[in-house]
Write a protein that binds this ligand. Sequence first.
Ligand code: SF4
Length: 516
Amino acid sequence: MTRPLLDVEGLTKHYPVTEGVLRNEVGRVRAVDGISFTVDRGETLGLVGESGCGKSTAATTTLRLEEPTDGHVVFDGEDVTAYDDRALKRFRRRAQMVFQDPTSSFDPRMSIGESVAEPLRVHGMRDRERRRRIVGDLLERVGLDAADMDRYPHEFSGGQKQRIGLARALVINPDLVVADEPVSALDVSVQADILDLIDRLQQEFGLAIVVISHDMGVVREVCDRVAVMYLGEIVETAPTEKLFEDPQHPYTRALLGSTPVADPRRRGQGTKLTGDVPSPSDPPPGCRFHTRCPEVIPDEDYDLDAETWRAVLNLRLRAASQGIDIEAVRVYAAAGDDPEAADPEAVRAEIREEFDLPPTLPDPRAEEALSGALDRLVAGDADGAAERLGEAFPTVCRRERPGLVPDGTDLSADEWAAIKEFRVWIATLVDADREVVTDRLEARCANETNREGSVDRLAIRAAFRLPEPLSDSDADRAVSAAVDSLLAGRAADAADELYDAFGPLRESACHLNRRE
Ligand code: SF4
């Protein structure tokens, strides 16, 4: 097992929301909220989700084009989040970004050759002729002509500019390229060419690539693995074909709802995503997807199908948030007559229709609760109706936040999060000698030492919140072996033990998939 090139753990980017002349912080936009993923050398990982889910911010904070609020980015055994300016400059040689809009990413006053050679110049290559030779060679590799280097951006089409953008990203021979929506600004007719080119360059240069996209078709085309993001969190990761054949998370299923799939019996096929992504400044409690999830878990006391339960919850959520404009409903129900004199039964029916609720719920208890809430609404008691709906229609999906759990293990979400934190901490020490490993371990475990004041197995487990034993025996063996290697000062062995056992596992975060 080789260690991944990139191990991102708990990456977080919050933007403060301020108010007044003193700019007091009154809230936070949680653009990225504790995401973890790995990318192997030569692997293409897709980060996919609707616009506004935080995937572009995940890219810019991973490359430290923006400062992360929290978390770690370990690149080839070094923590990028701890880099000073000099180390950051070195990192920029090895990790490049390709932007969505190829037009705005070029200076119109610079020739293509100058733009592509710019990173070489910035990183100290003074020989102009050598720069031109490298640029000419790269332009040919991306399907253009070496002679194009003396032309200007406006002389090229969007697809050609994206080829030039790729040449510029590759000019300093990076190990990692992050491509943010590399084809979304392009004509459909040239998208496939650019995706083929990315695929070819990836193989030719042995690159690790992160492709950011809102388009499932794009990630299917070029990615080995996919991480699905929703509202600042990763909700599922899987090898690409597995994700398409057997998606584990309802959000992934909904994203795929309009994409043709191989198995027509697949669960969730045809579910469509409705509604907008909620604001990251006020994400919903529990599972962030519960306000839109077509499979949101019904209260076990009721016998309602998924569609009806979704409709009931939509009413419940609306009543609790924006509220229901009962005066507007009366106007509809009155059908041109005096709204004040509208028949209460017609008003109730109008609300049911608006929320796709049947005239009577099939479960008598649920119907009683719903009718009671509608009566309050019609009587003008909006708060009472919201309260009644909230009490009568609970869901675990709103109450509890599901964490990512790896497929095929018995680990809990907390255990899995602790293992990833432990693994990334060790990954920064793989080149350190025994003394350094021991010093760092002592510092990390200072509050957990045994009676003699020394660090032992229990101290390490306590410092990293790793219960003994873990719920999964194989995982426990791997963690125990890593702990022993660490105690012996062999961080590289400890890292290998953990990456061997917990390589790129399938994960998903949904109460439907949790083990009882
Ligand atoms: S926990 Fe699963 S079922 Fe519940 S809302 Fe979230 S994604 Fe849907």
